[in-house]
Design a protein around this ligand. Structure first.
Ligand SMILES: Cc1ncc(COP(=O)(O)O)c(C=O)c1O
Length: 438
């Protein structure tokens, strides 16, 4: 057996120091802390695949608009809670241009990242109907959203979509929905962590079943336009970003600026509520929050209580980025294609060294190369794989954390630099040499 690039004792000692009982089950933030400590002690640089940080510079047009807004003095003025007018208008236009969906500016609301958007939407959905006491997550998914449910004290159900693609998705969804207790359906598309993308047929099933059973669909578009197999970058020109909004008017969309505009630090995303849902009156919701409609509950009860709006200058930044995209001056998809290029190389290196892609296809089409992909290694659980890779200077999180039933890990490409590919290959070869014969 060849030596791993890192001394096992040092890694183990740091795991102990951080009081992580099972490193395979560690959260993203725990892995970040651990790798920082090991890097600090050994000077060995990790191939860091654990955290979904953008890794690209922020969109220039946003930064310029934000500086301009600050110079004009917006920092001293409370922003209007449901968003400044130019942002709302550009957001509605963006939804029209890139999704081919009509929505009023009123329902386009800035939030402190998509995180705040989902927090408020989960809370409102949790009280629309006393009989509907659970949300339904189509997993695998973004772990922090489950934490939000836990913090809110709300119930949820979940299933791993791995074995339920195509027609089977409709059957599985109906199994849950027909019980009558589901208030909302949540998923990300493209999917964090698996990078699968629902087909239009699948989105249609979700939309139609939501209509049939009165569930709100929460579509998380944190990676809007980033299914690079098709070009969604031209405003007003098909193909458009696929969406459930084509098949139901009972939806909330979440459009994050963090990845598509590399604007994560300013914490300004968008929540888009359909016109019908915005003005809908739910008697149980009215009783709970004393506000007439779903939209007014979100704005005047939840957002008002939690943060009283979103950073004023960041709203100007987002308005400018959306305007530039809407007018065709800024191709935001081109700017993030670098992720797809990295994923292609990295997937090849892993597969050549004994790994397999876990979520491999969208029905018969291979998944796109994008921000994340999933990996397994024969004979190892996902948790063992996370732990073993740490000794080889490679960090990732286990699929365990994401509601997946598959054994494997999530790899995020954003932090890995092309200059590290040679080193990644060396470490993977060594890993495979040491484990394949066992
Ligand atoms: C699926 C998904 N939803 C939401 C978010 C968070 O978005 P924001 O930074 O806008 O809060 C992320 C970030 O990684 C994500 O992957």
């Amino acid at each position: 057996m060849n030596d791993s690039p890192l001394k096992k004792e040092i890694v183990d000692q740091k795991i102990k120091e951080l009081r992580i009982s099972d490193v395979g089950k560690a959260s993203i933030r725990e892995i970040v802390a651990l790798v920082n400590l090991v890097e600090g002690e050994t000077g060995v640089k990790y191939i860091r695949m654990e955290m979904g940080v953008p890794g690209l510079p922020p969109a220039k047009v946003g930064v310029a608009a934000e500086i301009e807004a600050l110079k004009k003095g917006v920092a001293s003025i409370y922003p209007i809670i449901d968003g400044i007018k130019p942002l709302k208008e550009q957001a509605a236009q963006f939804v029209k241009n890139f999704m081919d969906v009509e929505v009023s500016a009123k329902g386009c609301i800035p939030t402190v990242g998509s995180m705040q958007g989902t927090f408020c939407a989960f809370l409102a959905a949790g009280f629309i109907d006393k009989k509907k006491d659970a949300a339904l997550f189509i997993d695998p998914g973004f772990p922090v959203q489950k934490q939000q449910m836990m913090v809110l004290g709300l119930k949820y159900e979940t299933f791993d979509v791995f074995s339920f693609r195509g027609e089977k998705l409709g059957v599985k969804l109906e199994e849950f929905l027909s019980k009558g207790n589901i208030n909302s359906i949540i998923y990300s598309n493209p999917n964090n962590p698996a990078w699968i993308c629902f087909t239009d047929e699948e989105l249609q099933m979700i939309g139609e079943l939501a209509n049939k059973y009165g569930a709100i669909v929460m579509e998380d578009l944190a990676y809007f336009g980033m299914d690079f197999r098709r070009d969604f970058s031209q405003p007003g020109v098909p193909p458009y970003q696929p969406t459930v909004a084509k098949y139901t008017d009972n939806y909330v969309l979440f459009i994050s600026s963090s990845k598509i505009f590399s604007y994560a630090g300013q914490r300004c995303g968008l929540m888009v509520i359909s016109d019908k849902l915005y003005s809908r009156e739910f008697p149980d919701l009215q009783k709970r929050f004393e506000s007439p409609t779903f939209g007014s509950t979100i704005v005047l009860r939840l957002l008002y209580s939690i943060s009283s709006g979103t950073s004023h200058s960041a709203q100007w930044a987002l308005a400018a980025m959306l305007e530039a995209a809407n007018s065709g001056k800024f191709n935001f998809v081109d700017d993030v294609k670098a992720y797809g290029k990295k994923a292609k190389v990295m997937k090849k290196l892993f597969v050549e060294n004994g790994f397999e892609i876990v979520y491999k296809t969208d029905l018969d089409e291979p998944i796109a190369d994008g921000f994340y992909f999933t990996l397994s290694y024969p004979g190892m659980t996902g948790n063992q794989l996370v732990a073993n890779l740490l000794y080889y200077g490679i960090s990732a999180i286990a699929l365990d954390n994401t509601g997946s039933n598959e054994e494997g890990i999530r790899a995020c490409v954003s932090f890995v630099q092309p200059e590290q590919f040679d080193e990644l290959e060396k470490r993977l070869k060594l890993f495979n040499d040491n484990f394949r014969t066992r």
